[in-house]
Design a protein around this ligand. Structure first.
Ligand SMILES: NC(=O)c1ccc[n+]([C@@H]2O[C@H](COP(=O)([O-])OP(=O)(O)OC[C@H]3O[C@@H](n4cnc5c(N)ncnc54)[C@H](O)[C@@H]3O)[C@@H](O)[C@H]2O)c1
Length: 287
């Protein structure tokens, strides 16, 4: 097989925006797609089947194969049901795009525990629930492709998005380890930080910027990360408006203290500790 042809891929939050576009592009390339969407509002309230159904109809009209799933990824049962839909309809699961998302933006001093929890449940726990249900199948068949939706807010931070940034940063931590644990089973795990005009960003960026950021620029990058020939794993890609970049952590040359320093001695060497000249890609010293 080549590309994603014949592969069974579940895309969560696929009823709108980026997930819809990922599903259309994957199905057009010959994948069988589980179109998952809870069908709620941007803040996670409400539910319905119309969003997922519309995308499935669009795929079928174009001659592709897809089934709808309406479960919330925010529960363990929901995650299992997404993978169950793939197994019931197509007999296997080859890839997951963990893309479902909500926003509850607020400055940290105004953020409630409910705002925090709701966002973690959908993004971070949602990723866990679906990926954990697919993982045994990936290991057993010696093939699996994972793409999680992260964000530049998770990588760099953003005012008003402490909950969202923490969840999106957590997903990078998740794929870093899944890449290590999955490597010998040909299970690849990467993260995409998209930039696209959707209902999530419609009031965040200026209209002239959004006009250039259509979701179709991002979908082929996600498609490649799901392809049989892809070997990339443990990477974070930023993609939007025709730009595609890899982001990663670097470690400064730093200093090595021969003996336990005093607080003042740390301060004396601070400029050297944080100087990124000559920094190299970081790696886990115990990994
Ligand atoms: N649009 C961007 O520029 C941008 C930037 C960075 C990250 N992202 C991320 O990309 C992903 C897609 O965002 P989008 O811009 O297409 O937003 P969107 O609101 O258009 O789509 C998100 C979809 O997820 C669904 N969803 C929400 N909660 C769910 C749940 N519990 N179970 C199943 N489905 C659920 C929604 O119904 C919606 O259809 C999100 O994870 C988002 O955080 C988007």
């Amino acid at each position: 097989m080549a590309g994603v042809e014949g592969r069974v891929i579940a895309v969560t939050g696929a009823g709108n925006g980026l997930g819809r576009q990922y599903s259309l592009v994957l199905a057009a390339a010959g994948a069988k797609v589980v179109v998952n969407d809870l069908g709620g509002a941007r803040d996670g309230s409400g539910s319905g089947s119309a969003a997922a159904d519309a995308v499935v109809a669009e795929i079928k009209d174009a001659g592709g194969e897809a089934v709808a799933n309406y479960d919330s990824v925010a529960t363990e049962e929901g995650g299992k049901a997404v993978v169950g839909s793939a197994l019931d309809a197509f007999g296997r699961i080859d890839g997951i795009v963990s893309n479902a998302g909500i926003l509850r933006d607020k400055a940290f001093h105004k953020m409630t525990a409910d705002d925090w929890n709701a966002v973690q449940q959908v993004h971070l726990y949602g990723g866990f629930h679906v990926l954990h249900a697919a993982w045994p199948h990936f290991r057993e068949q010696g093939h699996g492709r994972i793409v999680v939706a992260t964000s530049t807010s998770g990588i760099y931070g953003n005012f008003g998005q402490a909950n969202y940034g923490a969840a999106k940063g957590g997903l990078i931590g998740l794929i870093n380890t899944l890449a290590i644990e999955g490597r010998k089973y040909n299970v690849l795990a990467n993260a995409i930080a998209p930039m696209a005009a959707t209902r999530m960003t419609e009031d965040i960026a200026p209209p002239e910027m959004l006009a250039k950021l259509t979701p179709d620029h991002v979908a082929p990058v996600v498609g490649y990360l799901l392809a049989d020939e892809c070997t990339e794993t443990g990477s974070v890609l930023v993609a939007g408006g025709g730009q595609v970049h890899r982001v990663r952590q670097f470690q400064s040359k730093g200093v090595a203290f021969a003996e336990v320093p005093t607080i003042e001695q740390v301060g004396d060497r601070w400029a050297e500790i944080v100087d990124l000249d000559g920094a190299v890609p970081g790696s886990n010293p115990v990994g």
